[in-house]
Ligand binder design. Structure first.
Ligand SMILES: [Zn+2]
Length: 507
């Protein structure tokens, strides 16, 4: 019944907006009304549905859901974007590409499609600055979303349903289609007000962030197209904040994944030997567990600000034993055992010391243990700098960003380390300062969770914040020179003492 109603509603809206393809398909030019009515009459509940459809359509032909008053146009556009299913494992990027290009056209901005992998478009929307000699500013967002278990949601995850409190429920409402639309709505509003930037602004919409960004941001950032943009600074996704303070990220943890392999002579289950494989692995696991505990203690005792400032490490799998079709052989001690780990390292941590800890302390060769890396990202940039965008008065971009947020009435928390990966890591590796910022406060962090939502008011407030940021980043001619220097906006090893929150690795 519900689906049938949705389908009828959809068809009716399509007809109202003047696109009578359904009638044309049936060779009945101009007969859309008849087609729709005939369709309705074929169902017993037809008139009930017809009235319902009429009640839920505004004069401009748009559905307003359960919201009693007229919906703000930016909210309607956001909901439209949220309904496009760019969901893994099979995201369909074509509709969002069309949608974004339409948005750009309606604002009066240029757009182009870049494709670094088949069917995975990067949409680049550009607002040309008045001074072509200035470096540009990029506002980046990803168009894909993670899957949602519809049965666990109160409203369908791609319905963009608005409840009576103005909460918009949809996968991507926080992560991060909302932010992608804030950029464009801010541009639309500034354009309408007659603002013209000095510095060129790019809005990039990249695919595949949720699956590692290889065909998305990584390919884009390493392409000549990106090089040609001559970017001075990039703003990318942050995270929602449950408090009234916005969160901002100037660095992120680096991923190491590895496994420890233990070997030993196979032995009968009855033997009590000193150095069998499982026993060797257990010793390694004990040392890992003690380290893990020490990092948790740093958080518990308040020695660090939070999880971003410690090394996290988790045992993600264990492999041992000799399997049978129904279980394991019970009287055999295996010759091989393995444990896998996911380790996330703050960029300012001493990577060499950490590697020594893993290879020498946890898994010494003398105990028939060995370490095998699966992923080992660098903690430093090409010039030895820490991959930390300066968030102090020495970085003029930070000053502009911080002041713009304040100007919009936003309250900003201390810069943080992002725990999970984002596309910003590719940008920082290029030596370009990047900030992770989603102006979403007073909202529980439901990224990747059930019932992800964003309140319409919070969204509209975010647009205002981005208006100020765009104005600050691109509206000043006198900023030339200071903002366009080649000077590094990253933390160098010799500056580490100046970082208030130092990372402690207890060896
Ligand atoms: Zn995201």
């Amino acid at each position: 019944m519900h689906e049938e109603q949705e389908e009828l509603k959809r068809r009716f809206i399509v007809w109202l907006s003047g696109w009578n393809a359904s009638s044309r398909m049936q060779g009945n030019s101009g007969g859309a009304v008849n087609v729709e009515l005939n369709l309705k009459m074929a169902h017993s509940e037809a008139w009930g549905i017809f009235l319902l459809v009429l009640l839920s359509i505004t004069t401009d032909g748009r559905a307003i859901g359960s919201c009693p008053e007229q919906e703000e146009p930016p909210v309607t556009r956001l909901r439209e974007y949220l309904r496009l299913k760019t969901v893994h494992p099979f995201p369909d990027y074509l509709p969002v590409t069309k949608f974004l290009i339409q948005q750009a056209q309606s604002i009066g901005l240029e757009s182009e499609i870049l494709e670094f992998a088949p069917s995975k478009p990067v949409v680049l929307i550009t607002w040309k600055g008045r001074d072509a000699g200035l470096a540009s500013v990029i506002f980046n967002s990803h168009t894909d979303v993670v899957p949602a278990e519809a049965s666990k949601w109160t409203y369908p995850p791609f319905s963009a349903h608005v409840d009576s409190g103005g909460n918009i429920y949809a996968r991507g409402s926080q992560d991060m289609k909302s932010v992608g639309m804030m950029y464009l709505e801010a541009a639309r509003s500034l354009m309408d007000a007659g603002f013209r930037p000095f510095r060129t602004i790019h809005f990039s919409y990249v695919p595949d962030e949720e699956v590692g960004g290889v065909d998305g941001a990584e390919a884009f950032v390493n392409s000549p197209n990106f090089e040609n943009l001559n970017a001075a600074v990039v703003v990318d996704e942050g995270m929602p904040s449950p408090s009234g303070k916005y969160r901002i990220f100037n660095r992120e943890k680096i991923l190491w994944s590895f496994f420890i392999r233990a070997v030993g002579s196979p032995a009968h289950g009855s033997r009590l030997l000193d150095s069998v494989a499982v026993e060797n692995l257990r010793k390694a696991l004990n040392r890992f567990a003690a380290f893990r505990e020490s990092q948790i203690d740093l958080i518990k005792t308040g020695a660090v600000a939070g999880e971003g400032d410690v090394v996290s490490v988790n045992n993600v799998y264990l492999k041992a034993g000799t399997p049978t079709p129904t279980g394991f052989i019970m009287n055999l001690q295996p010759s091989y055992a393995e444990a896998g780990f996911d380790m996330r390292i703050p960029p300012e941590a001493d990577a060499d010391a950490l590697e020594e800890l893993i290879t020498k302390e946890w898994a010494p060769a003398s105990q028939n243990l060995s370490v095998h890396f699966v992923t080992k990202q660098n903690t430093r940039g090409e010039n030895g700098e820490y991959l930390i965008t300066r968030a102090d008065d020495s970085n003029p971009w930070w000053v502009l960003l911080r002041d713009a947020i304040a100007q919009a009435g936003g309250d900003l928390g201390q810069p943080e380390t992002r725990i999970g990966a984002s596309d910003s890591r590719f940008i920082r590796r290029k030596g370009i300062p990047a900030f992770g910022f989603s102006p979403i406060s007073n909202t529980p962090n439901l990224m990747h969770a059930h019932n992800e939502f964003l309140n319409a008011k919070e969204y509209l407030k975010g647009i205002k914040v981005y208006e100020e940021i765009i104005k600050a980043f691109s509206g000043q001619r006198d900023a030339k020179g200071k903002l366009d220097t080649q000077e590094s906006f990253f933390i160098n090893p010799e500056d580490l003492h100046s970082i208030s929150q130092k990372i402690r690795i207890e060896l």
